[in-house]
Design a protein. Sequence first.
Length: 283
Amino acid sequence: MTDVTPSPGEAAQHAETGARHATPWVERLARLGYVTIGIVYIIIGVLAAQAAAGSGGETTGSTGALYEIVSQPFGNFLLAIAAIGLAGYALWRVAQGIIDTENQGTDASGIGARIGYGISGIIYGGLAWTAAQIVLGTGGSSGNSTQDWTARLMGQPFGVWLVGIVGAIVIGTGLYQIYKAITAKFREKLHLAEMSQHEQTWATRAGRFGLSARGMVLGLIGLFLIQAALHTNPNQAKGLGSTLQEFVQQPAGPWLLGVVAIGLIAYGVFMAFMGRYRRINLS
């Protein structure tokens, strides 16, 4: 019988050919994902701005934004597209971690960043699954999933410590977002040569304002997680919607919520720019 087992060289060539054919699709899905997340944040920001103005909106998180999409004309179709986009973004984030598309390396900080990409991919993969469940009418809870997973994590060995560590990581992520906003470091990820001067200006403004607002919100989410760990009380953990509601409780709360809401809208616009012009390297 003839041995048809490919040689190592042939196997590598087949893998390279497969990756080359798959890369355009992964890039398209990643770009769709950026735009989808942008739309989600714009919806969250608009609803929060309406709540701040007292005109009928509400503070909600990503799942609430998905329900807002499905309530529109052709909502199931639009949400199905959103689910594909979110899945594409999740795939891209996992690829960032495994393939090291951002050249983070294998030192401690690089491994940490790549793990962060993977965690982000898992989170957005879960959001894509929620969107699919809503479309199919088989689930998609609008409850406080942050408190749910915090409670489950606390039930594990050293769970309280793990919740505290997650809180610290979320705070660190928020601070890094603010750092990127101040330095405009995000511009390094864009194909600036393909953008007009007008587009560069607005992408930079949206990125700085949007990343600052998102960084502030992430910092507060992280603080609530640490507070939940310190008091061994998962009910003190808060997701995006509950954290936005906290702004209303502060002095000049509606004004503060309004500024943060506009910032989240700006972040959504920035993500749309990222979907169009981000450097995506899967080679």
